[in-house]
Design a protein around this ligand. Structure first.
Ligand code: UDP
Ligand code: MG
Length: 331
């Protein structure tokens, strides 16, 4: 009988010092599980020697596969590429930077064997900068009031997905992929495992403040049209108040004649309305921008080289296949 296979996907961007470490740690952890396993590194356009270190591993073991992008496409897309190429009956997604403890693999598998389709690791915020923890928890409280899916603080991509969950994710074909929302959107039985936050040892985080801000906006925009609705209501409210204001003033003018008062109120009305209109336009622009990108139907990513064949098998040795272009749905 063919052994049962677990696939582990690791998106990697400038992680040259972590590749070997994470593989060794995983290998140690996986020696006594009842499954065969494969590790798929997605080299997301690294500018350091990440690819070199991955290929070094490929020479020593057939358990390692890789996909190397033509440039940096972002972690979300790297995860998508991994999901499209793995064969395992269950799939684990984890970071390369050792912030995701490998010893959770066994707990993931335990949850999977109990019948859960998503086993999700949830970290606490031990060791995080207080300001960042505070802002994050505030964000999640706010965002959960607005979006249609349930987003949890401390829950990220680190999780195990059953084959059924992976197939469900692959049906969601959008280009702008906010994984946290997608994972939550597909539903299925979920189990949460708690773990202590681990700080990054090597390399540095790829999250700058503007990137985090954009990610936050993605979270709000990707999963509902409530911001558009809010513009509509705010606009309606302001229109109503303006009409009342104009009506009251018309009556006052009819009774008292025109005086020169009113400069301040005029200016405030103009500024207020201008502001609200710009805000509304901004929100609409966000959605139109997304429609624009989705209609282009560009591939999500381009592969420069990989050792995975179309049927999920790997090529012998270190012989890469050059240039494969995929869009989700091809599989
Ligand atoms: N990553 C990636 N592409 C990117 C940015 C990050 O594949 O454009 C990978 C990165 O190599 C790491 C994981 O995503 O394995 C998480 O990144 P990071 O540690 O910077 O995020 P943090 O842990 O700070 O949230
Ligand atoms: Mg990290």
């Amino acid at each position: 009988m063919k052994p049962r296979l677990i696939s582990i996907i690791i998106p990697s961007y400038n992680e040259e010092n972590n590749i070997e470490l994470i593989y060794k740690a995983l290998d140690r952890e996986c020696t006594d599980i009842n499954y065969d396993y494969e590790v798929i590194f997605i080299n997301d356009g690294s500018t350091d020697d990440t690819l070199f270190h991955i290929k070094k591993l490929v020479l020593t073991t057939s358990k390692v596969k890789y996909i190397s992008f033509t440039r940096n496409f972002g972690k979300e897309v790297a995860i998508l590429a991994g999901l499209q190429h793995v064969k395992g009956e269950a799939v684990i997604v984890m970071d390369a930077d050792l912030q995701h403890p490998c010893d959770l693999v066994k707990e993931f598998i335990k949850g999977y064997e109990e019948g859960y389709h998503q086993v999700i690791a949830k970290r606490n915020r031990k060791g995080d900068r207080p300001l960042r923890s505070f802002l994050s928890s505030l964000y999640y409280r706010l965002v959960n009031k607005v979006v249609d899916v349930d987003l949890k603080d401390g829950v990220g991509d680190f999780r195990l997905l059953s084959r059924q969950a992976v197939d469900a994710l692959l049906m969601l074909n959008e280009g702008n992929r906010f994984s946290k929302g997608l994972f939550s959107w597909i539903g299925l039985d979920q189990k949460i495992i708690h773990y202590d936050n681990v700080l990054r040892q090597n390399g540095k985080t790829k999250w700058s403040l503007p990137k985090l801000l954009n990610y936050g906006i993605d979270g709000i925009i990707s999963f509902n049209n409530r911001p558009l609705r809010m513009c509509f209501y705010t606009g309606g409210l302001i229109l109503f108040l303006s009409l009342v204001y104009i009506f009251v003033h018309l009556i006052l003018i009819m009774n008292n004649g025109i005086t020169e008062h009113g400069y301040f109120t005029t200016i405030s009305a103009v500024l207020l309305l201008g502001g609200v209109q710009l805000l509304g336009l901004g929100v609409i622009g966000e959605y139109i921008g997304r429609i624009y990108y989705e209609t282009k139907k560009r591939p999500h990513y381009l592969i420069q080289e990989t050792n995975i064949k179309n049927n999920g098998e790997s090529y012998a040795g270190n012989q890469p296949r050059i240039y494969k272009i995929h869009r989700s749905g091809d599989y």
